[in-house]
Design a protein around this ligand. Structure first.
Ligand SMILES: *Cc1c(COP(=O)(O)O)cnc(C)c1O
Length: 357
């Protein structure tokens, strides 16, 4: 057995995985939907609180096996928060210094969590500056820039091997409609949608992948125009998803459909979901679920039955001072009551129609 530092580091990550449990697949109870079942894969229960736990594990293993991380290497990442929290956890596990480059607008809770795991936060004014600053720091410190936006799609084994798609499809096996009609996911890096979409194709399943994009993000326009050079000025208000540039880990060829979801609808949806499951979730979960509900209403209207799976990406406890703070909502999102009304109506009728805008 190889006793080098790299070999021991890989062993530590594998042992950590061996101690971990799978995340739960929650079935929603929506009586007005007859014949369409909605499920949420609860990724908030990982030790570091989000689906980025999976990505961080994969990125560290990929970098270790590539010879990019060695004993004492400073590890750097450009992250709006969640990825950095999970990477700080793995850096600490391996005893490596970790620096997260992030916009100064990042939620306080996430900054505290990164520091809790011994990570250091390095702030820039605008989310578009985080890439260049990460590269500069890596050069200056002779460190390694993990670069989630480039490597998310290739660090994860999309064929299976306990990835998220593998887990979802096996957890569905004993449900009334075991093969989902739709899987719905919102893109940050695009890595999770890439993994799910490739898995569906590789397993030759009839399931379709719908990707839901928030406001202030280029993925939707890129998908429809094919133009990879578009960018947008304002940063996304839905943490974890929506990007100002087309990220290399977003793979449009695996996506069957995209829907643009208004941010106010995402906020209304996390409040609606709380009444159903008694828990707060992050805003990207609202984006995912609103998309899933639109598809459910569509299926119902077409007389189809089947299942739809989407994700709880992280917990709402991280966002008490933003998405669950009425002052922050008033200043940043505005009125979302209109969507709350649509959702209440949906609870009663199973119908959900977006107004023409
Ligand atoms: C990263 C993230 C996403 C999107 O996942 P990707 O695999 O990066 O596309 C969604 N929600 C939250 C909270 C995230 O942190």
């Amino acid at each position: 057995m190889n006793s080098s530092w790299v070999s021991q580091a890989i062993e530590k990550i594998e042992a950590d995985f061996q101690r971990s449990a799978d995340t739960h697949l929650i079935k929603l109870d929506i009586p007005a939907l007859s014949g369409v079942d909605i499920y949420l894969k609860d990724e908030s229960t990982h030790p570091t609180g989000s689906l980025k736990h999976r990505l961080a594990r994969s990125l560290f293993l990929y970098a270790l096996c590539n010879g990019w991380i060695k004993e004492g290497t400073t590890v750097i990442e450009s992250s709006s928060g969640s990825t950095a929290v999970s990477e700080a956890y793995f850096a600490k596990l391996l005893g490596l210094p970790f620096i997260a480059v992030m916009p100064s607008s990042t939620a306080k809770k996430k900054i505290q969590q990164i520091e809790f795991y011994g990570g250091q936060c390095h702030f820039v004014d605008h989310s578009s500056q985080i890439y260049a600053e990460s590269e500069r720091l890596a050069k200056e410190l002779n460190g390694h820039y993990l670069d989630q936006f480039t490597y998310a799609e290739r660090a994860t084994d999309w064929r299976g091997n306990n990835n998220i798609a593998n887990s979802i499809f096996s957890q569905m096996e004993r449900e009334p409609h075991p093969t989902p009609h739709w899987v719905v996911m919102s893109p940050g890096t695009g890595g999770t949608s890439a993994t799910i979409g490739r898995y569906i194709r590789y397993q030759r399943l009839p399931s379709k992948l719908c990707v839901v994009d928030p406001e202030n993000s280029v993925f939707y326009d890129f998908y429809n125009t094919g133009n990879a050079n578009i960018s947008c000025e304002k940063g996304s208000r839905i943490e974890g998803i929506g990007r100002p540039r087309v990220e290399p880990s977003f793979i449009p060829g695996v996506v069957d459909r995209m829907i643009k979801i208004p941010d106010a609808a995402s906020i209304a949806t996390i409040n609606w979901l709380e009444t159903l499951i008694g828990r707060k979730t992050g805003a990207s979960t609202g984006t995912n679920l609103f998309g899933a509900l639109m598809l459910a209403a569509e299926m119902q209207q077409a007389g189809q039955s089947g299942s739809i799976v989407t994700l709880i990406c992280d917990s709402g406890e991280r966002y008490l001072d933003t998405y669950y703070n009425p002052d922050w909502i008033a200043a940043n999102i505005g009125c979302y009551q209109h969507y709350s009304g649509l959702l209440n109506q949906f609870s009663e009728t199973g119908e959900l129609t977006l107004p023409e805008c």
